[in-house]
Design a protein around this ligand. Structure first.
Ligand code: UDP
Length: 244
């Protein structure tokens, strides 16, 4: 974010470098139940991002001192594979992944009925296999799908989606070049049923009006992304009586 590009990010027809309209998502594909040993799992391919999420639990929280007698503790761990980015990513946690794990844990906690599972932990592993900007929102989308696959009761299946600003235009779902050379990126997690926001971050600068436009764009897109989550669940549980 913030670097100046020596090429146009929006062309004379108003199209973006990958040919998308400002309010268009990158291609998205989702699959549920991809990790056999997990209680729930999901794979999300979103533009150039490839992400697996796996859920274990609710199970007795360990070490014991993290147990909460009133509710489950959701521990999300966001991790980027060494081979997921252009330059090798040094394995192990870093400042960025610790921050993302924290904000993703908090976003997921806001939708899960955690009070139903006292003293337990719900462990959510998010593994980024290939990164192309927007991994935290794709990671949240995969994680909530994996939670649904694990049968964990939630108020809604949360959706991650980013919007931002490139070449002065408010756009949805920034790709890597737009993330690098654009003016702002606003990752969000949204409850599609109500439009509630469970995560809102911002990198770069926008006016208040641009920010509300970006948020509206992401909230609209959340409904579209949610339909794909439901479709992925139905593909696995076809015939089952579920009300997602
Ligand atoms: N990235 C990278 N190396 C890193 C961290 C990020 O190459 O150590 C790339 C990666 O493609 C990522 C993008 O930069 O998706 C944008 O990163 P950001 O921190 O904005 O998070 P994201 O948009 O993935 O949620």
């Amino acid at each position: 974010m913030g670097m100046k590009a020596d090429f146009k990010l929006i062309d004379d027809n108003g199209l973006r470098i990958d040919g998308r309209l400002p309010n268009q998502l990158r291609p998205l594909r989702m699959e549920v139940g991809v990790v056999q040993r997990a209680n729930g799992s999901a794979f999300v391919e979103w533009g150039g991002n490839k992400i697996i999420a796996a859920v274990y639990g609710p199970r007795e929280a360990y070490p014991k001192h993290i147990q909460d007698p009133n509710r489950a503790v959701i521990r999300a761990r966001y991790n980027m594979a060494a081979f997921s980015v252009d330059e090798r990513k040094r394995p192990g946690p870093d400042r960025r992944s610790v921050e993302l794990s924290k904000v993703i844990s908090e976003a997921l906690t806001s939708v899960v009925f955690v009070e139903r599972f006292p003293r337990t932990s719900i462990d959510v592993y998010i593994e980024v296999l290939q990164a192309d900007a927007g991994t935290r929102v794709a990671g949240i989308t995969a994680a909530s799908l994996a939670l649904a696959d694990a049968g964990i009761p939630m108020r809604d299946i949360i959706v991650g989606c980013a919007a931002g600003k490139v070449d002065g235009v408010v756009v949805l779902d920034l790709n890597k070049e737009e993330d690098n050379y654009g003016e702002a990126d606003v990752p969000m997690a949204i409850l599609p049923r109500t439009g509630e926001i469970a995560l809102l971050q911002m990198d770069g600068n926008m006016t208040y009006e641009e920010l509300t436009n970006a948020m509206d764009m992401a909230i609209d897109a959340a409904k579209e992304i949610h339909e794909l989550q439901v479709k992925a669940l139905k593909e696995k549980y076809r015939g089952d009586e579920h009300d997602y």
